[in-house]
Design a protein around this ligand. Structure first.
Ligand code: C5P
Length: 309
C-alpha cells in the first residue's frame, strides 16, 4: 500500500451538558455530537520514521501555526497506538490538510487523530478482515481524547462519561449550518476551568446533566426550528467570559435570522442554524458583511465519520 488518505469531519455540539468534576479532573458530560461537512484530510504514507506535516487545506484560511508537528501531535500519537497494536514500526509520514479551525471548539485535533487511526490501520493492514475493527479504533481513540471516538463514528450521537461512550442518535434529513470562526483559539481546559470557577462564584452545584427530549425529538423529526430552540451548551457562559466579543457575534447571527445560535463546544467558533440551504447562504453573506467573525464557513450535517477516500 503506497498511501492512504482519510477525510474526517468537524463537529458541533448540539447539547453540551457539563456535570460535576470527577476525581480524574474530567467532567461527566451529556454531549450530543453532530458531524458537519467541514473536513480535514490526513494522508499516511510509508516513510523511514514518523513525521508530521500540517498545512491549511486549499482555499482554507486556517492558521496552522499553533499545531505541534512533533511527538505530541495527536495524529502522531494515534499512529503510534495503531503501530503498537499491530506490532509494526511507526514508519509513516502523516500529511494533514486542515480546514477545521485550530483550537476552535470543533474538535479539529481529535478529527486528525481519528483520521490517522483509520489511515494507519489501513496502511499497515489491508486484509479484507483487518485485525483492528472500527470499534477497536474508536476504543483506541478514547485514550487520545474525549472527542476522538466520535470523529471516527460521525453522524449524530450521544456521548456520556467524558463524552467518549457513544450511542448513535436517530435523525431525519439534513441540517444547514453557518460557522463564524474567531481569531485565536480558546484552550479547552481553560474553558472547563472557567465553567467551574463561574459555578463556584455563583454558589451553583453542578447538576447531573440529562439528554434533552426536545432535542432528540427535533432530530428524529428533522424539525430545524425545534432543533434551533433546543440547542444548549453549558460551556457557553465560560467561553463568553473568556472571550466577551463572542456575545456580539451570537447576537448578530440571531438578529440576521438564525433559528439557533450557540458557541461550538469550548469555542470560540460560533454555530448558527438556518432552516434551508438558501437561508444558510443568505445568513452567511450577511454575517460576512457584518464583520463579526474572522471567517464565515457553511456546512451541513450529519455526515459520516473518518472515511478513506
Ligand atoms: O479529552 P480531551 O483531551 O479532549 O480533553 C481536553 C480537556 O478538556 C481536558 O484536559 C479537561 O480539562 C477538559 N475536559 C473535561 N471533561 C470532559 C472532557 C474534557 O474537563 N468530559
Amino acid at each position: 500500500m503506497s498511501a492512504v488518505t482519510v477525510r474526517v469531519p468537524a463537529k458541533v455540539n448540539l447539547q453540551l451538558g457539563v456535570g460535576p468534576i470527577r476525581d480524574d479532573g474530567y467532567h461527566d458530560l451529556v454531549n450530543v455530537f453532530h458531524a458537519v461537512s467541514l473536513f480535514d484530510e490526513v494522508t499516511a504514507e510509508p516513510a523511514e520514521r514518523l513525521a508530521v506535516e500540517v498545512r491549511a487545506a486549499p482555499h482554507s484560511r486556517v492558521a496552522v501555526g499553533g499545531v505541534p508537528t512533533g511527538e505530541d501531535n495527536l495524529a502522531a500519537r494515534a499512529a503510534r497506538l495503531v503501530a503498537a497494536r499491530l506490532g509494526v514500526e511507526t514508519a509513516v509520514k502523516l500529511s494533514i490538510r486542515k480546514a477545521i479551525p485550530v483550537a476552535g471548539g470543533m474538535a479539529g485535533g481529535s478529527a486528525d487523530a481519528a483520521a490517522a487511526l483509520v489511515a494507519c490501520a489501513r496502511l499497515w493492514d489491508d486484509r479484507e478482515e483487518p485485525a483492528l475493527t472500527r470499534d477497536d479504533l474508536m476504543e483506541l481513540g478514547g485514550d487520545l481524547g474525549s472527542d476522538v471516538p466520535f470523529a471516527v463514528l460521525g453522524g449524530t450521537a450521544v456521548g456520556v462519561g467524558r463524552g467518549e461512550r457513544l450511542t448513535p442518535a436517530l435523525t431525519r434529513g439534513t441540517f444547514h449550518w453557518v460557522f463564524a470562526t474567531a481569531d485565536g483559539g480558546l484552550s479547552t481546559p481553560a474553558v472547563y476551568g472557567e465553567c467551574d470557577r463561574l459555578r463556584l462564584a455563583a454558589g451553583e452545584a453542578a447538576a447531573w446533566p440529562t439528554v434533552s427530549e426536545a432535542l432528540m425529538t427535533a432530530l428524529a423529526t428533522g424539525d430545524a426550528k425545534a432543533l434551533g430552540a433546543a440547542l444548549s451548551n453549558d460551556l457557553e457562559p465560560a467561553a463568553l467570559s473568556l472571550r466577551p466579543s463572542l456575545r456580539r457575534t451570537l447576537d448578530t447571527g440571531r438578529d440576521l435570522g438564525a433559528i439557533g445560535a450557540l458557541v461550538s463546544g469550548s469555542g470560540p467558533t460560533c454555530a448558527f442554524l438556518a432552516e434551508t440551504d438558501e437561508d444558510a447562504a443568505e445568513l452567511a453573506d450577511a454575517l460576512d458583511s457584518a464583520g463579526v467573525a474572522e471567517q464565515i464557513v457553511r456546512a451541513s450535517g450529519p455526515v459520516p465519520g473518518a472515511t478513506i477516500v
